[in-house]
Write a protein that binds this ligand. Sequence first.
Ligand code: ADP
Ligand code: MG
Length: 564
Amino acid sequence: NAQVETFEFQAEVRQLLQLVIHSIYSNKDAFLRELVSNASDALDKLRLESFRDKDLAVDTEDLHIAVDLDAEARTLTVRDNGIGMSRDEVVQLIGTIAKSGTAEFLKQLKEAKDAAGAQELIGQFGVGFYASFMVADQVTLVTRRAGEDTGTKWESGGAGTYTIEAVADAPQGTSVTLHLKPADADEQTADYTSPWKVREIVKRYSDFITWPIRMVKQGQVEEGAAPEVETVNSMKALWARPKEETTEAELTEFYKHIAHDWAEPLETIRLRAEGTFEYQALLFIPSHAPLDLFMRDGKRGIQLYVKRVFIMDDCESLIPEYLRFVKGVVDAQDLSLNVSRETLQQDRQIQLIRKRLVKKILATVKDLQAGDADKYAKFWGEFGKAVKEGLVADPDNRDAVLEICSFESTVSVGDTDTAKQTTLREYVERMKDGQQDIYFMTGDSRSVIENSPHLEAFQAKGYEVLVLTDPIDEMWVDAVTEFDGKPLKSIAKGEVELDADSGTDREEQAKDFAGLLGWMTEHLGESVKEVRLSNRLTTSPACVVGDTHDLAPNLEKMYRAMGH
Ligand code: ADP
Ligand code: MG
């Protein structure tokens, strides 16, 4: 009883599909990368599930991906015999977008000024499966979840709706058939029935995929004989290959596959340990922050493999939260294939790997700082806010984290909006003779700080003051007491010693003003702890200062921003 049901796409998907269909993304070849990437993920998941559950009735013989072309029918099919999807999963995964930040993405897209801007946004978001609609006017997906009897057929033209139908005899896994747009729709579309073209795209985008990708062998096939197939990818795990044997282009495509990103990475990091406790890591710093960087359910980007076998995504035991934007793969040789998230947290080897990853990532950023100022500036602009969390969360590496931070300061007060930032090392180099401390002030905005009376005496003396306006700044300034032996001092808190040699003056002054101070203390009563003479002001008559250990008002705001 093949009953066909019609469903409406979720509103976000509908909007996204409109954009995809009208093809503001110029690199249409990307659709094939997305389909192969999904097939590869599905095979990883199947292998993992069969390890975990030995009784699962699944076929793990000959796991592979196949790409079939039919020039006459103008179809291209990507098949896998992986995990497949249940009917509900199809509705959930293909009919809706679960990605956090989707609403924000669509909003930004609507506001995009031009096609180039929109294209860049699409590239940052990545449209995954929906990329099929860049080249197809009809997509048919047939799938059967491993271990289940009935399959599901999903079909859509990419407009508002899709259909779902039960299929009795679907093979395990998923096949996605694209009914390619008419050959004259545009130049590129016509090519996707060409075996040469398709093979070239697969090689270019998916060579490192560790499952065989098969296509019918080219050349004359005898009438009636079964067509011969061949594997078109080399299947070498990139992270296990020596550096000299990988190209920049391969690394980039690998990054796009594991990060589900369409943009190139900013930096690649490799690590390997040999001997009794062997592992390889291939990590990437993306070129842009994900939309969910500051969302609570945001993911961490390290995949764990054991001896080339995929074990899990988002392995939080391998990377601290403040470096959650780093993507990549860790392949450990000596772990059990049965590790779980819980056992990993206690695992000594994992803890050691994590320590080394953190050190290496911080060192890589430090190298950027020294060797590639533009890249470093880009890095800091995208991820600085997250990295600063490490000043509080990772006391062991605090100094190394501090080294890679940049802050606005009064020295860079300038005419541009993007006031130049300074590292603490640069600040220290500019310190005036006799200046003992690194001065900073936290506040809501640069203009609030610039107009603050606290700043006057420091400006008058020509002392540089760091201008800290991120909510997270309130947190770390309490945790970080010094840099390079120089104390960090808030100019808005406690007593600031600006002039060591004016001590005698102050005693005199204290006598002269005793009456006024007494009167003020009495009248201000409960509102203040103490009224005292200050050497921090030059033109303003008075200002309110916090006690050295008081919490700043901005802290409360930050807790709210984090959702507490
Ligand atoms: P992403 O891969 O980034 O999650 P996609 O749009 O490419 O986004 O795919 C959405 C989801 O659909 C996948 O996460 C997966 O759960 C499911 N899916 C897609 N293709 C397959 C497939 N070949 N086999 C099994 N599940 C798939
Ligand atoms: Mg995908």
